[in-house]
Design a protein around this ligand. Structure first.
Ligand SMILES: [Zn+2]
Length: 66
């Protein structure tokens, strides 16, 4: 899967930083995304998953050049 390949191409520390800095509207703050999938997005890729704290759906766009 192309989106997943782009995600895995990022350095691990970058990926961890992105995963640990996802906004959750339910918690009104930054959370960690869990159980996520990676999909194509017009800006790059998007992580679609759940908030580690409350389990609500959260998403994070990762902008990419290509
Ligand atoms: Zn939450």
């Amino acid at each position: 899967m192309e989106a997943n390949r782009k995600w895995m191409a990022l350095p691990k520390d970058i990926r961890n930083r992105l995963k640990d800095n996802v906004f959750c509207g339910n918690c009104s703050g930054a959370t960690t995304i869990v159980n996520f999938i990676v999909e194509e997005n017009e800006a790059g890729i998007i992580l679609q998953g759940e908030c580690k704290h409350c389990g609500k759906r959260v998403a994070r766009v990762v902008e990419m050049d290509s």
